[in-house]
Design a protein around this ligand. Structure first.
Ligand code: FIX
Ligand code: ZN
Length: 416
């Protein structure tokens, strides 16, 4: 194969990045077996919490009036204020338009009714195929919380697993509110006293083992506040050292930490009310160096943390950085973060996850990120060509496959 010249480089990289299938390693969508937990369609898009936060800025109304509305009323309200009365230039609003455009829908009339008609005529199975195909996503990793009363019964009953929707065992309630978690564990028949003594440690290990066996998760995960410290003489610190890390080692799975979220800075906004804070990257260093036999996936929410975190990843082969999480998932910061990661880590990171809560969002989150990842790679490859390096299309295909799925798969192989 002929080496690429600078002129064909941009198009080749764009084509490769657009056509390489993605394994989306963190989302909040569900296998259709979970019934109503799988969200999709225009009303779910317009009531996404990213959009709701923006709505309250321009159309303040008493919170309880908004929450008392039906989903369709909330969607109407968002459409009117964010799409009709002003241009939808924010990333979350632009995302809705990217989805509609890619589905071939006409938004020029500014009317919601025809859009609703389109979604009403879809069947969920066919629509899932359409979205995965249009987004170029081969599979997604869900967020699966055994403490969630809506999803636990589906797991307990069991369902035919699909390769498209893989599991991740989410344990926020265990680490972030131990007294409440201890009560639930007791209700479920685990012999827990709440004192985190040897008996409790055994019971929590049994609980984790049971759920790992049931879900076969790609990894265990938690989101943590910016105050996360390690080691720490708190229930969270004790549970991590005595239960989570040994369970992860035994099962051979990674532990994902998503650090920097300040939950409920405005509780009236519900899911839209979380904020961000600067976290302590040294806690991650200590975790990685004290537990070399564990693997850690880490993302941080604060822009201020991204550089320090890249430097940490250079120090620890058992640390894999992933994604541009939530408030970092905007074009300017995806570009900055991805460029910095390539410059400091080469190709040894996972550039993006979508975090979608509504299936259709796979289309916009990935098309927006793909364009930026392609631009960054084009610049970096152009620098190599300028230095006399011969670059072939197959090299680009190999590199992009690592970024889009290979790095994650190597770090988190599927459980047998
Ligand atoms: O904790 C998380 O996994 C966060 O991603 C979510 O809680 C958050 O609400 C979200 O959807 C961000 O994109
Ligand atoms: Zn998430």
């Amino acid at each position: 194969m002929k080496p690429l010249d600078a002129d064909t480089l941009k198009n080749t990289v764009r084509e490769v990045v657009e056509s390489t299938p993605i394994l989306d390693m963190h989302t909040h969508v569900y296998d259709p077996a979970f019934g109503p937990l799988l969200l999709w369609g225009i009303d779910d898009l317009l009531t996404y919490h990213y959009v709701a936060a923006e709505l309250f800025r321009v159309a303040p109304l008493p919170y309880d009036r908004y929450w008392a509305m039906t989903k369709a009323e909330k969607a109407d309200y968002a459409w009117k204020h964010l799409f009709v009365e002003r241009s939808p230039v924010s990333e979350a609003c632009r995302g809705v338009l990217t989805i509609l455009h890619s589905l071939g829908l006409d938004t020029s009339g500014r009317e919601l009714a025809p859009l609703r008609q389109y979604f009403a005529s879809q069947t969920v199975e066919k629509y899932i195929d359409r979205v995965f195909e249009s987004a170029g996503v081969s599979s997604v990793v869900m967020t699966n919380d055994p403490f969630d009363d809506a999803e636990r019964p589906v797991w307990e009953k069991g369902y035919a697993r699909s390769l498209r929707f893989q599991a991740a065992l989410r344990i926020d309630p265990l680490l972030n509110d131990w007294p409440a978690a201890a009560r639930r564990l007791k209700e479920w028949g685990y012999d827990v006293r709440g004192d985190l003594g040897a008996g409790d440690v055994d019971a929590v290990r049994r609980f984790l083992g049971d759920w790992i066996k049931r879900m076969k998760p790609r990894y265990m995960a938690v989101s943590l506040p910016p105050t996360f410290a390690f080691p720490e003489n708190t229930p969270c610190g004790t549970l991590i050292e005595k239960c989570i890390l040994p369970a992860a080692r035994e099962a051979g799975i990674a532990f994902a930490l998503m650090v920097g979220v300040r939950r409920a800075v405005n509780p009236s906004l519900k899911l839209a009310g979380d904020g961000v804070g600067r976290a302590e990257v040294a806690a991650v260093d200590r975790l990685c160096s004290r537990y070399p036999d564990n693997r850690f996936l880490v993302t941080m929410l604060g822009r201020e943390n991204q550089h320090e975190l890249c430097v940490s990843a250079r120090k620890h082969p058992n640390l894999l950085l992933f994604g541009c999480w939530w408030f970092i998932n905007i074009p300017s910061l995806i570009e900055e973060t991805t460029r910095m990661r390539v410059e400091l880590l080469g190709l040894s990171f996972v550039p993006q996850h979508s975090d979608v809560r509504v299936l259709d969002q796979l289309i916009y989150k990935w098309s927006h990120s793909r364009a930026i990842i392609a631009d960054v790679l084009t610049d970096k490859y152009a620098d190599l060509i300028a230095s006399g390096w011969t670059l072939r299309e197959q090299d680009i295909r190999r590199d992009v496959a690592l970024l889009m799925s290979g790095n994650f798969t190597r770090f988190c192989p599927p459980m047998k």
